[in-house]
Write a protein that binds this ligand. Structure first.
Ligand code: 6PG
Length: 484
């Protein structure tokens, strides 16, 4: 017990109240604490499991301006006013429980900052509650994983503007920097920050799925092994595809399993998990009527991957074509690179158009150029080509869809032959490529002045007399037709 007391007090350089409080010492919470401390702030930390706080203060938190508490009241008492309290806990009920506990001890100007992956509508509700109860609430999206939290993440704050003004010095300091500018900017009121982070994750799902499909094509058609794949990805990393996800994918291919000596990628079960942010993106897009097929397909692909046993059974019963390609190996590698880039452009275009419509729907006034700007470093989808997106929105503030930007138009024109070739080849070889092909269908649908929806309307009219607009009448009047 004495030892514990000592540890809890050990790190106190002065008995002054601390600048920032942080609750939740998972890896993200720990690393964010260390990041803030490194940037000159003193911190008070609390974790429900006391042993975790002890381990942190005895370990990486040792000798730093960080003090641990095992009681929320004491924790709150020892924070400088207005209190700034970060919650780095699991999204959902846990956040509400802690807020209820905190509400007993905080004052009117205090700021509660939820840095987890909370659902944006929960954040909206919590903002309303905080206003009623007279304190401030910020919902901030933090991306960059464990490393990002420690070295500098991309930060997407939303909620009370006054609270943003009071915390921005901290957030701007701890954020990643791109061209010396912090990858952090106020997104908008209530749930805006968490919404933008949610869409970031939706794009992340599509990006990861596209990369996985490119891998699957090269592995199954060209029978490339992990060493060759590592070399190809490190080549791709030098070009337009340059991004964190391409970089780590190359590193993954180069890494071997310590037990078997085999490439680690070949030892990992092909069943993907998910925590829900990609699904939320897809659900919200359906809710507000924005097409994001590549993001949705990426979510479905994870679900399909997860029914591994069923797939194994089905593989004995359902046949498909044998994989066959007699063309040039390098030609297919290059075409896959171009197809991947084109499909990636389309999935980002979907994500940004979702942001644009959501901004109107939820009254956020999101700055899409700014969002691209703060995603250039720190976050998981950081990529060289986000500079292109940033420029596209900075140059055209009323850009409806990224596909209409001249850089995108040109790139899709030059890459689409390879894209179609790779999609066709994969289909003919029986290789599932839902993200590659849905992105292409999105592109083809978006660029089509005419779609077969006239027939859908006719069918709706036939069985339900739902009415249809006519091509030869300009107004919005609905017409009917008696079939037979
Ligand atoms: C980030 C990541 C981060 C995390 C996701 C993974 O931006 O730092 O997106 O939020 O890695 O929780 O999500 P899934 O478990 O759903 O893949």
């Amino acid at each position: 017990m004495d030892d514990e007391k000592k540890i809890f007090k050990d790190n106190v350089k002065t008995m002054e109240k601390k600048d920032i409080g942080l609750i939740g010492l998972g890896v993200m919470g720990q690393n964010l604490t260390l990041n803030m401390e490194r940037n000159g702030y003193s911190l008070a930390v609390y974790n429900r499991t006391k042993s975790k706080t002890m381990a942190f203060l005895r370990g990486v938190g040792k000798g730093k301006a960080i003090i641990g508490y095992n009681n929320i009241e004491e924790f709150c008492k020892n924070l400088k006013p207005p209190r700034k309290i970060f919650l780095m806990v699991k999204a959902g009920n846990v956040v509400d429980h802690i807020i209820t506990e905190l509400e007993k001890y905080i004052d009117s100007a205090d700021i509660v900052i939820d840095g987890g992956n909370s659902y944006f509508m929960d954040t909206q509700r919590r903002c309303v509650d905080s206003e009623k109860k007279n304190y401030h609430f910020l919902g901030i999206g933090i991306s960059g994983g464990e490393e990002g939290a420690l070295r500098g993440p991309s930060i997407m704050p939303g909620g009370s503007e006054e609270a943003w003004e009071n915390t921005k010095e901290i957030l701007l300091k701890i954020a990643a920097k791109a061209d010396n500018q912090p990858c952090c900017s106020y997104m908008g009121s209530n749930g805006a920050g968490h919404y933008v982070k949610m869409v970031h994750n939706g794009i992340e799902y599509a990006d990861m799925q596209l990369i996985a499909e490119a891998y699957f094509i090269l592995k199954n058609v060209l029978k490339l092994d992990a060493t060759e794949l590592a070399r190809i990805f490190s080549e791709w990393q030098k070009g337009e595809l340059n991004s964190y996800l391409i970089q780590i994918t190359g590193e993954i291919f180069a890494s071997t399993d310590s037990e078997t000596g085999q490439p680690i990628v070949d030892m990992i079960l092909d069943s993907a998990s998910q925590k829900g942010t990609g699904k939320w993106t897809s659900q919200n897009a359906l809710e507000i009527g924005v097409p994001v097929p590549s993001i949705s397909e990426a979510v479905h692909a994870r679900f399909l991957s997860a029914i591994k046993n069923e797939r194994v059974e089905a593989s004995h019963l359902l046949s498909g074509p044998e994989s066959h390609y007699s063309g040039d190996k390098n030609l297919l590698i290059d075409a896959t690179q171009k197809a991947l880039y084109a499909a990636k452009l389309c999935s980002y275009a979907q994500g940004f158009s979702l942001l644009e419509i959501a901004s109107i729907k939820y009254n956020w006034n999101l700055d899409l150029g700014k969002i691209a700007e703060i995603w250039r470093e720190g976050c998981i989808i950081r990529a060289k080509f986000l500079n292109r997106i940033m420029t596209a929105f900075h140059e055209n503030h009323v850009l409806k869809n990224l596909l209409l930007d001249p850089y995108f138009t040109k790139t899709l024109e030059s890459n689409q032959k390879d894209w179609r070739f790779v999609v066709t080849l994969a289909i003919n070889n029986g290789i599932p490529i839902p993200a590659f092909s849905s992105a292409l269908a999105y592109f083809d649908g978006y660029r089509s002045a005419k779609l077969p929806a006239n027939l859908i309307q006719a069918q709706r009219e036939y069985f339900g007399a739902h009415g249809f607009k006519r091509v030869d009448k300009k107004n919005n009047q609905l017409f009917h037709h008696h079939f037979q």
